[in-house]
Write a protein that binds this ligand. Structure first.
Ligand code: 5AD
Length: 346
């Protein structure tokens, strides 16, 4: 296909080309070809390494009400928890002993964790583990706050844009949230020198191929160091409870396209992908992903970080499952490594 050829040669797609490519997403031959190109590029830049990030889901309190999400504030049935500073440090300690050299502090937008508290936490973790990369994933904050976290030692920031289409963004979020603010946050984070992760759900309600084409164009413009994508999975306590889940196949197709567009990008095989398909993670690697994010959160709280139904939490995606994960990654032909795995430049 001409567009696949062009993509492989130039690592560029216009919106129209992206649409045309996506219209053929069900073409098995095309998907295979893109996956081959993607795997080759990943190999060229990262060899057979698959990077690990230790995920610490430290609070499920959230002031936002994103319609798709199980921990939105409107879900009165969510059992809320918040790890204490000591518990968070303990997660890091466990992770460090297991060999992890990157920690991701992820949480809802929890007002208890003020800018001051977050800054202090970052300083403390980086003081104890200066050899580790620290990633924050705590949503929208002021540029000033992002600057303070960065100064305190935070290296990376994950903030999915969720959808780059204005109208679609409004379907997924209440009116107090906006795509413009989300984009501003991502730009601020970039300017402050974070390695930035954007991303979106595949198959979220109301998503069209045009929305996805817009996502691909947006990623080309932003040039994030990381991109997190996973299928939408309905949550039973949300207005999207009855909506169909996103497609694993389309997620894999998009992983390949993103790898070719941004050859050096750090691309996780996400938990949502692993939730929708028991072989999802391995399939993600075969499609061009090169990161996995095992869960370092205390086992007692894992079920509570309930973003969507049936979210896996104690299998190979967990820190205890690390040995099994190593084996399954090795079986897929890759090597799981614990090093920081910094972005290697555009
Ligand atoms: N299905 C899939 N992914 C979800 N997320 C939130 N809710 C869902 C859902 N129902 C994703 C969002 C968010 C990330 C932490 O989890 O993209 O950015």
């Amino acid at each position: 296909m001409d567009i696949a050829d062009k993509l492989a040669r130039t690592h560029l797609l216009t919106k129209t080309e992206a649409m045309e490519l996506l219209e053929h997403a069900e073409d098995r031959e095309l998907a295979k070809r893109l996956a081959q190109d993607a795997v080759e590029l990943r190999k060229k830049y990262y060899g057979d390494k698959v990077f690990t990030r230790g995920l610490i889901e430290f609070t499920n309190y959230c002031k936002n009400d994103c319609y798709y999400c199980g921990i939105r504030r409107g879900n009165l049935h969510a059992k809320r928890y918040r790890l204490t500073r000591d518990e968070i440090l303990e997660c890091c300690e466990n992770g460090y002993e297991l060999g992890f050299r990157t920690f991701v502090l992820q949480g809802g937008e929890d007002p208890f964790y003020t800018d001051e508290r977050m800054e202090e936490l970052v300083r403390e973790i980086k003081g104890k583990y200066p050899d580790c990369a620290l990633t924050l994933s705590i949503g929208e904050r002021s540029r000033e706050a992002y600057g303070r976290f960065r100064k305190a030692g935070a290296d990376r920031y994950l903030l999915r844009h969720e959808t780059a289409d204005e109208e679609h963004y409004r379907k997924l979020h209440p009116k107090e949230m906006s795509l413009a603010v989300r984009k501003q946050c991502l730009n601020d984070l970039k300017e402050l020198g974070y390695q930035v992760g954007a991303g979106f759900m595949v198959g979220s309600p109301g998503q069209t191929l045009e929305c996805l084409a817009e996502d691909l164009v947006f990623l080309q413009e932003l040039r994030p160091e990381m991109v997190g994508i996973g299928p939408f999975v309905p949550h039973h306590e949300s207005r999207f409870a009855g909506e169909p889940a996103g497609s694993v196949e389309l997620t894999l197709f998009l992983l390949s396209v993103i790898r070719i567009l941004l050859p050096k990008v750090l691309l996780p095989a996400t938990t949502a992908l692993g939730t929708m398909d028991p072989m999802g993670r391995e399939k993600g690697l075969e499609a061009g992903a090169n990161v996995v994010m095992p869960n370092l959160s205390p086992v007692k709280n894992r079920k509570q970080y309930d973003l969507y139904d049936n979210k896996i939490s104690t299998g190979e995606e967990s820190a205890e499952g690390l040995e099994r994960l190593k084996k399954s990654v090795a079986l897929a032909g890759y090597r799981l490594v614990c090093e920081r795995g910094d972005f290697i430049g555009q």
